[in-house]
Each structure stands twice: as C-alpha cells, then as structure tokens.
Write a protein that binds this ligand. Sequence first.
Ligand SMILES: [Zn+2]
Length: 265
Amino acid sequence: MNKSRYSLLALVLSFGACAQPQEPEQAPPPPPAPLLSGVADSIYVAGAQAEVKSWQMAADSDFVRLADVVPDIIQEIRYATSYNFVGRPIPGYEVPVALLTRRAADSLAQVSRDLLAQGYRLKVFDAYRPQRAVLYFIGWARQEADTLMKPYFYPDIDKADAFRLGYLAHRSGHTRGSTIDLTLFDMQTGKEVDMGGPYDYFSPVSHYWCRDGVSAQQFRHRRLLREAMMRHGFQPIGTEWWHFTLIDEPYPNTSFDFPISKEVL
Ligand SMILES: [Zn+2]
C-alpha cells in the first residue's frame, strides 16, 4: 500500500466512526485564566480587590444584553431553566438573558444581518457563563447517582466521562464573555433548523464533521451556521456544532463570575 492509499485510509477512518473528530481549524486551548468575581460594582482578582468596571449594563459597559445589539435574536437560555443536562436551573443564571462583551455582540449583529438575508434568525442557548456555573458542572459530574436527564442529553456515556470526552470543560471559554452557543431558526418554516443532533447532546453526533447519522441536509445547516460565524470573526470547535468564540475577544485570559441577575441588568 503506497503513501497516498494510507492517507485515504486515514481519511476514511477519521470520518467513519466520529469518535475521534479531526478538526483542522480547532484552536489550541487557551492558557488558564485568572478568576474574577463580580461583587456589586467591583471585581476581585486573586483575592485582591481591583475595580475594573461596573456590572451595570450601561451604555459604556464592556458587557451588553445581546438583545440590545441584535434585536431579532431568539433567546432560549437553557441553564436558566430545568431543560438542560442537569435538569435544574444552574447557579449564576438568575434571569434568562444572554450577555456578551460588546465586541462579540457587535460581530454577532453582522452574522445576524448576513443570515437574515438568507431567511434565518439566530437562536441562542448560552452566551456569557459565570464561573460559578462551571464549578457547579464539575460538582455535578462527580455525583454519579444524579442521572435525571441522562435519557435526553447523555444516554450513551457515563457522566463521569463528560470532561474527559470533551463535552464539559473545567475552563470554559463562555466565562470570558465572547463565546456563544447558538443555532438557526428558519423563518419560512417557523422552526429551528435540523442540525442532526440537539444542543448539548453528549455524543459524537455533536461533532461538526460527524457524517455518521447526519444527513447531507443536516450537514448543510451546520455548515451554513459555521461559515456565517467564521465570516464575521468567530472560531468554531470540532466537538460541538453550536459553539463559537470571537477570535479577537477582549478578555482572552479572564474568567468572570458575576451572576446574570436583575441587579446587573
Ligand atoms: Zn458552548
């Protein structure tokens, strides 16, 4: 077998089973981020108070309500509800409102205009995520007996493996405020488009390149979303078709922990 046939075999293997996604555009994981905790109008850096900004969503704030910048966005903030892989509202999500850095929201507005012209609206499931929610997910994964939502979100894996398999992260980009989980809403049918697998489904079928169980049309939908996001400065990941991070994010090394609450809005 010559070298080119080996290459072809490797290509077939990598696309066949979906278990080991090959992701040419996937960025290396960011360095560990320092944790900032929001308290009133101040934040704390490694135990020492350092005022950085107000958490009020004022006109000059670095964080904005996504709906203020992208008025036609549809919001279904799953972690503020019981319909998520845990089965309960998640700490830090006191109100179902998507927040992002202004820079990420402005870029998403361009994505929205682009896709509106093609007959689609954006539907967001998660945006800024307080670090306390990430810590809650870590604790949840350790509680083996709590499998309330297993049939719906992770029927084929042991929840203890969710981090090792890449479905959850100890350091989530969402805490940096420029990462978003979203899908497309078809204005003609009045429904979400079919991506070949639901949001937050812990399965290889969530991998962007998976073609095992994903139809050509479902893959076209994934590609439509991904290419629109990439045209306007967002980086995808291979393991989740719905997850994107602004490449030029304003806080690449900072995790935030202010709750999404009436007080900060
Ligand atoms: Zn995500």
